[in-house]
Design a protein around this ligand. Structure first.
Ligand code: HEM
Length: 493
């Protein structure tokens, strides 16, 4: 890669600044994805769009993704200057996702990866996973004789519960978890309504004044619920509680963090709210969406569900339902290592239905050339994740759900590298230095819940309601018609 010398930006359609804005606002993300797939036929795998005064570059090629994100990760791992909404919600780019490539980002990311997502820390929360799984199995057991259960709300609650416990400590009640879920989702799901404030930063504040007020109110609601929880952790830390109780929460680590680039100051409560909100949003919606897609495929293809079940029974025997003394017997986390077919099902679903069809917007730290074209520092760069997972040049029969593609002849999981460090075939978690730091936690949650839900219950489509795999873009790309399932226990509870 060379420092740019020529003036050629990547090819793309002629732009009409004002019209460009309006089109961008009117179209949903899935429309834009289709438009980009069409544009690839005309312009090739790297495309430029002009949105207002901004240049956006979309990359739809496995090898260019690898060249940029992995081989030249130090250049391609920046984030653009935050638009107004992100700036407001992230306390001026003081979150992992929004921070530019530099010392503050590195500090936040290292803190999350080593203090919370390190395997030993993840292990310390296995009782939380067990608790949430017990709640979920008992709820499904209660609803099992009903015709068809809409399961996504239950999945959402389970994933939220897990991340809330890791974030604020493990002594919260179901009611408190629901309250946090309410304010977080309130903010997340209405973000689309505020997009207009990002596109016209100055004029938008005047023309859409009410929307600004609405956004500020949602943020106040979030602070109203999260700040008391943060303060209560602070009091516990000050009373020396962390010495005698082993489990460290994300908030505990944030309360101790100091920013060397800003005179070693500590984080404000507002900044901690932003980082906690990011942790919850990044980890719950994505994993819930992935779980729903996996279960939808297992309902749609009963023979694949049967193979997953047989593999579990081969390791654990038949599901006994409730074991002695009312303690439920579950597929343990260690058992998952003996279940390559289950792992292949999870990978296949992430390939065919990645929760995020794009990564978060990247930018470059200096002007460079990619594939012979100039990538300027003010360009907003993104990657077409879903297209790459469905590319017939890289995947045989990409539209078929075939977990076997990840297994070798002996039925073992081929050494498939989901990080793409040696070469990218799919990138549901991104790739390179900005790759999702929660990747291993997400895979653990998915494998653990799928294994237990299949071992405890048989999942079927209700009569006359076949599974519909159509997509709809929300914060993630979800099922347009959420999964309805008839769930029957395999053993008496
Ligand atoms: C199936 C579940 C998940 C999927 C599909 C997913 C996917 C992604 C993707 C595509 C990115 C953007 C990468 C880029 O910008 O190039 C990302 C970033 C991120 N994810 Fe995840 N994620 C998942 C779960 C999680 C979990 C469980 C956590 C935390 C506990 C998490 C925390 C983050 C953070 C903090 C970032 C920002 C990284 C950075 O900017 O350096 N994610 N994730």
């Amino acid at each position: 890669l060379l420092t740019a010398s020529g003036p050629h930006l990547p090819p793309g359609p002629t732009s009409y600044p004002i019209l460009g804005n309006l089109l961008w606002l009117r179209h949903s993300l899935s429309d834009i994805e289709q438009i980009l797939a069409q544009l690839k036929l005309k312009y090739g795998p790297i495309i430029r769009l002009t949105i207002g005064s901004r240049t956006a570059i979309f990359i739809n090629s496995h090898s260019l993704a690898h060249t940029s994100l992995v081989e030249n990760g130090a250049v391609f791992s920046d984030r653009p200057k935050a638009p107004p909404i992100t700036k407001f919600l992230s306390s001026d780019q003081h979150t992992i996702t929004s921070a530019g490539y530099g010392a503050t980002w590195r500090l936040f990311r290292r803190n999350l990866s080593s203090e919370i997502l390190h395997p030993s820390r993840v292990k310390a929360f296995s009782h939380a996973r067990d608790w949430v799984l017990n709640l979920l199995v008992r709820r499904f057991d209660k609803s099992s004789d009903k015709g068809g259960v809409k399961v996504v709300g239950e999945f959402q609650f389970a994933m939220f519960g897990l991340l809330v416990l890791m974030c604020f400590g493990d002594k919260l009640e179901e009611k408190e978890i629901k309250e946090i879920e309410r304010v977080q989702r309130g903010l997340l799901l209405s973000l689309g309504r505020f997009r207009v404030l990002d596109i016209w930063p100055v004029l938008g504040k005047v023309l859409f004044y009410r929307r600004w007020l609405e956004l500020k109110q949602l943020r106040r609601n979030q602070e109203g619920v999260l700040i008391p929880l943060i303060k209560s952790r602070l009091e516990k830390l000050q009373s020396g509680f962390d010495q005698d109780e082993g489990v460290v929460s994300y908030v505990d680590t944030l309360l101790k963090l100091k920013l060397p680039e800003e005179g070693d100051r500590k984080l404000s409560f507002g900044e901690i709210v932003g980082l906690c909100g990011e942790f919850l949003n990044a980890g719950t919606d994505t994993t819930t969406t992935a779980l729903q897609w996996i279960m939808a495929n297992l309902v749609k293809y009963p023979e694949i569900q049967g193979k997953v079940y047989d593999e579990i029974v081969g390791v654990k025997g038949n599901c006994p339902g409730l074991g002695g003394e009312g303690k439920m017997v579950v597929v343990e986390e260690e058992d998952l290592q003996q279940m390559p077919y289950l792992k292949a099902v999870v990978l296949e679903s992430l390939r065919a239905h990645p929760p995020a069809h794009f990564v978060l917007t990247h930018s470059v730290t200096e002007e460079v050339k990619l594939d012979g074209y100039v990538v300027p520092t003010d360009a907003r760069i993104n990657y077409m994740v879903a297209e790459m997972g469905r590319d017939p040049k890289v995947w045989d029969d990409p539209l078929e759900f075939k977990p076997e593609r990840f297994l070798n002849k002996k039925g073992d999981l081929d050494a498939f590298d989901i990080t793409g460090s040696r070469g990218i075939k799919m990138m549901p978690f991104g790739a390179g230095r900005r790759i999702c730091p929660g990747l291993n936690l997400a895979l653990l949650h998915l494998e653990y819940f799928v294994a237990n839900l299949i071992w405890h219950f048989e999942w079927k489509a209700p009569d006359g309601v076949p599974v519909d795999l159509s997509e709809k873009a929300e914060f993630t790309v979800v099922m347009k018609n959420p999964l309805l399932a008839h769930i029957s226990p395999r053993a008496k509870m």
